[in-house]
Design a protein around this ligand. Sequence first.
Ligand SMILES: NC(=O)C1=CN([C@@H]2O[C@H](COP(=O)(O)OP(=O)(O)OC[C@H]3O[C@@H](n4cnc5c(N)ncnc54)[C@H](O)[C@@H]3O)[C@@H](O)[C@H]2O)C=CC1
Ligand SMILES: O=C1O[C@H](COP(=O)(O)O)[C@@H](O)[C@H](O)[C@H]1O
Length: 247
Amino acid sequence: MAQSVLLTGAAGRVGEAILGGLADEHEWRLLDRDPPTEDYPGEFVVADITEMEAVREAMDGIDVVIHLAGDPRPEAPWDSVLTNNIDGTRTVFEAAVDAGVEKVAFASSNHAVGAYETEERTPDLYRPHDDYLLDGTELPRPGNLYGVSKAAGETLGRYYHDEYDLSVVNVRIGNLTEGHPPIDYERGQAMWLSYRDCAHLFDRCIRADYEYEIVYGISDNDRKYYSLERAKEVLGYEPRDNSARHD
Ligand SMILES: NC(=O)C1=CN([C@@H]2O[C@H](COP(=O)(O)OP(=O)(O)OC[C@H]3O[C@@H](n4cnc5c(N)ncnc54)[C@H](O)[C@@H]3O)[C@@H](O)[C@H]2O)C=CC1
Ligand SMILES: O=C1O[C@H](COP(=O)(O)O)[C@@H](O)[C@H](O)[C@H]1O
């Protein structure tokens, strides 16, 4: 059944992948602080996610929130991630609960666990003979302040789930690249997420039933150090792409 979905950060790359695959599948309301420069499949709200009243208004009648808006730069400075990624994410969760939203899918990141990639483990970690695997049960281990902000977003979700019974899925997205896996970048190839697998994964976040989950968002790459088992089991994720089998 089609759901009413609020997509924050709709004007960005992940938003493009999701809308590219799912424009006709759901009723969309799009939110971004950047005004639209093209046609979008739904009402477009120009607002900053740190503005509580604007975010509350955008939640009206919404079943599911896909929360992408934020500073995506691994090297982003603290001021920016504190405002956009932590304060903004709290605002989104708070408004979602107040509006009676059922589910929130939060765009977390590989950088929430980037420090597991120690000097001893790399570069073997990125290669097929290595069997090291993170599965989402491990503690966050960020390697930068951006990763800290994503771990904080996951923890905010935990709080809003436990306190208010909101269904929350954190998708630790790998490396979304359009058309082909990253070139000459082993780490990026191991965590490649194709546009079509991205759209399908977030469709499953909209449709599946869950309580509080942490899953990895990558394609079914031959060499991976992130397990897809939880995404498959809980969400019904069935990735179709693989960086090793791409021309
Ligand atoms: N692209 C990737 O490979 C990955 C992305 N992510 C996460 O996915 C999300 C989306 O990333 P991308 O689409 O790549 O980034 P992007 O920069 O292309 O898009 C982010 C969008 O959010 C908007 N935005 C930023 N701060 C905002 C605010 N305070 N209020 C309203 N809108 C705001 C921007 O205007 C932009 O359109 C981010 O949270 C990022 O951390 C996580 C892992 C990998
Ligand atoms: O969280 C993110 O991760 C991807 C992949 O990280 P990278 O350090 O291997 O480039 C990054 O491209 C994206 O911008 C970021 O939001």
